[in-house]
Design a protein around this ligand. Sequence first.
Ligand SMILES: Cc1cc2nc3c(=O)[nH]c(=O)nc-3n(C[C@H](O)[C@H](O)[C@H](O)COP(=O)(O)O)c2cc1C
Length: 269
Amino acid sequence: MTMTEVIRSRRSVRTFSGEPLREQDKQKIMAFAETAENPYHLPIVWRLLDKKETGLSSPVIVGEDAFLAGTMRREPHAEEAFGYSFERIVLFAESLGIGTTWIAGTMDRSAFEKAVSLAEGDVMPCVSPLGYPAQKMSLRESVMRRGVRADSRLGFSELFFSGSFDQPLTPDEAGQWQPALQAVRLAPSAVNKQPWRAVVCGDRVHFYEKQSKARGSGEWDIQRVDLGIALCHFALAAGECRLPVSFRLEDPGLPAPANTVYIATYAAE
Ligand SMILES: Cc1cc2nc3c(=O)[nH]c(=O)nc-3n(C[C@H](O)[C@H](O)[C@H](O)COP(=O)(O)O)c2cc1C
């Protein structure tokens, strides 16, 4: 399977078969996690938490075998870095036939933080159940998916722009960037808010976060995790199209709509 195919086929899995993860699958996931870099070069420590041993659970998940959790220093860009690296693991798991769901809210956070012995100054942004998907979704899962319209995404021209935020970009006009932007559009996001926006300026694509009220208070912004996921999809799909890109933090200073803030840029190499 190509990365683009994996991105297309992935969906959140909340109903698992109950079958234990095969030992080799656990090993593959943890070995891959060690290599799951992010463009901010921030280190993340990965933990596989056995459900039976730890007693951990999530009220929206059934039949899972384990949880994957990551911890890191709480520092600038931690959210985007976590989003990028965790999504790489999510896509790798998908390629092995292992289901995942990003979970930031529907868990007993203090129980998970205790299970990973979260240190002072560290953060555990999200976890994911791991297991083999069940044949049929639970009723709760179907209801949840409908509630956040999980199968739909905003239109290409609502998310992406040409030169400035005044000029919506059509897929045809996106040229070389089209496949990578399509991959961004399919990304998972908290409550399916899809806060990513991008402005294409020639050989550069500038990413922005459209901040919504529910993004979290104070220093921590869950929507920046979504932006990290978007950057990951973009870089993977661009790489697959033989369009190597380099990552930069160089705000072009474009006028942006209210509550829309610059995050990062990818430039064609
Ligand atoms: C950062 C983040 C946090 C999320 N938190 C939760 C959560 O707490 N509980 C949950 O059931 N789903 C959670 N989700 C999953 C989203 O609801 C899901 O990705 C979105 O509805 C799109 O559906 P899809 O993943 O099937 O494409 C989260 C997703 C992201 C990216």
